[in-house]
Structure formats: C-alpha cells, structure tokens
Ligand binder design. Sequence first.
Ligand code: FES
Length: 103
Amino acid sequence: MHGHHVEDELCVCFHVSRAKIIRYVKRERPRVVSLVSQCMSAGTGCGWCIPFLQRIHEDVMAGREPEPMMSRDEYLRRRAEYHRRIKGIGAEPEQGREPRGAG
Ligand code: FES
C-alpha cells in the first residue's frame, strides 16, 4: 500500500511536503492560495505543483479532506514531462508552413 504518501514533497523545488501544506491551510485558512506560496515558497519554482496546491486549498477550505495524490513515482514522472513541455515553449521558433509545389 504505497499509493498515498502524505508526507511526500508536493513542492519538489522547495521541498515542501504535502502534509505541511495541508496543516498550514487548516491552521491559517488563507483566503487565496498565493498566500501559501508566499509563506512557504511552494509553487514559486517551476510552477508544476501550483494546481495541486490549489486543489488542496480548495478542499481544505470547503471542509473536505484533501484527496489522496497519485503515487510519488507518477508525480515525479509527470513533473519531468511538464518540465520538458515548458522548456519547449519559447525555445521553438514560430514555424510558418512553406507553400510547396508553387512553380
Ligand atoms: S515543484 Fe513546486 S514550484 Fe516546482
């Protein structure tokens, strides 16, 4: 049973665990999720964990137990994919289709 790692790092960039974020939101009840980022730097690196922060914030503020996350392996794999994607953005020059066969 290793699907649910509550103490795992949610923000890998700043080493902030999911449990820490949940505790913080429960205690402080910040009105907006950016306050969580301000306090712990979570989400201010690559940005990958922001949707997960938002989700936790939403759940806790609505009085729900935050949903268990995907496995750590899956989480890290998706994060790596995300990094590949954002690296692609901006690095790629606009490519106009060249008309062919004109003559
Ligand atoms: S994983 Fe949180 S900002 Fe990169």
